[in-house]
Design a protein around this ligand. Structure first.
Ligand SMILES: Nc1nc2c(ncn2[C@@H]2O[C@H](COP(=O)(O)OP(=O)(O)OP(=O)(O)O)[C@@H](O)[C@H]2O)c(=O)[nH]1
Ligand SMILES: [Mg+2]
Ligand SMILES: [Zn+2]
Length: 293
């Protein structure tokens, strides 16, 4: 029997799971009945053939992002994440509903969150900056960058140090461009990965973990659906709005839906300007989306 070895899951590939062990990347299959393995998982694996492995165990996770899977269950997508960086850009249009959704998930899962505005080499509308400033005032770190002229990348690099981060956001905002800019020898690593899998060209179809030269890991993720509100209740959603938290317990009724309810402290806070009306409108929209799902 081969001995068990600890490794790090860096990507899901069509033919299996890429596990990193020192400088090697080993294509592994999960053993039968193992729960779903996620990018960022630390696992125990063993060699099952000269160049392939079997994942025997998932080590305890310190955080987990999930999404609904096709069979109505939930599926883990990324594990051991310290911070989610929500990437938005001057174009395509900034999807604030998506930002609020990501932040609400992070708030509930005990994962830090920050926002990156990319493509600041393009003309910046004042209204965009004003709306994004709301998040900064709520305590979410805010980075403005351009992968074209490299503005803001030093500050972002320092923020990524010594932790595991994931880039999330709409398709086309520049997550992969940022990853490539921050990790100069990325093409080399991608090549190693494709050689291991004999899969040809690498595209952002699966979340992939890379090591940053200055320390820390960065996961580039595909498109929007990397994680969602799966597993959260209406109550969780309200709690997920950080600006609501101080007021939730002050509502007159325990089961307040913060809508047309009598004595709702959230609505009073909006009238006083303590909660932004646009955030509140998006809360209502997200809640509707949740009940439809
Ligand atoms: N003007 C400008 N364009 C950028 C910048 N960064 C990336 N782009 C462009 O934006 C487009 C999308 O970039 P990607 O990095 O592929 O976007 P992504 O977020 O990885 O997209 P998905 O993988 O589909 O989720 C490309 O055409 C890039 O050249 C930037 O700083 N400024
Ligand atoms: Mg990409
Ligand atoms: Zn209320």
């Amino acid at each position: 029997m081969n001995e068990l070895i600890e490794g790090l899951v860096i990507s899901h590939l069509g033919q299996g799971i890429a596990v990193q062990y020192y400088d090697a990347i080993i294509l592994c299959q999960p053993r039968r009945k193992l729960e779903t393995v996620a990018v960022g998982d630390r696992v125990l694996w063993r060699l099952s053939s000269p160049d392939q492995g079997s994942i025997e165990e998932i080590l305890p996770r310190r955080s987990l992002l999930i999404r609904p899977s096709s069979n109505g269950k939930i599926r883990p997508v990324a594990a051991n994440i310290d911070r989610v960086f929500v990437v938005v850009a001057v174009e395509p249009f900034c999807d604030f509903l998506l930002i609020d959704q990501y932040l609400a998930v992070c708030e509930n899962r005990g994962i830090d969150a920050a926002i990156i505005l990319n493509k600041i080499d393009l003309a910046l509308p004042e209204s965009l900056l004003a709306e994004l400033d709301i998040y900064n005032r709520l305590g979410y770190p805010f980075y403005t960058v351009s992968t074209y002229d490299h503005r803001g990348l030093d500050a972002l690099n320092s923020a990524l140090k010594d932790q595991t981060s994931i880039l999330a956001g709409q398709s086309g905002v520049g997550k992969s461009s940022l990853t490539k800019t921050l990790i100069p020898d990325l093409d080399l690593k991608t090549k190693t990965l494709s050689e291991t899998t004999r899969h040809g060209r690498h595209t952002t179809t699966a979340a992939t973990l890379y090591h940053l030269p200055g320390g820390g890991d960065l996961i580039d993720s595909p498109g929007v659906a990397i994680f969602g509100l799966a597993g959260l209740t209406e109550r969780h959603l309200a709690y997920g709005f950080r600006d609501f938290q101080p007021f939730i317990d002050q509502c007159q009724f325990n089961d307040c839906r913060h809508d047309k309810d009598k004595g709702c402290a959230i609505r009073v806070a909006i009238e006083k300007g303590d909660i932004s009306a646009s955030r509140y409108q998006r809360f209502l929209k997200l809640r509707e989306k949740m009940t439809l799902a």
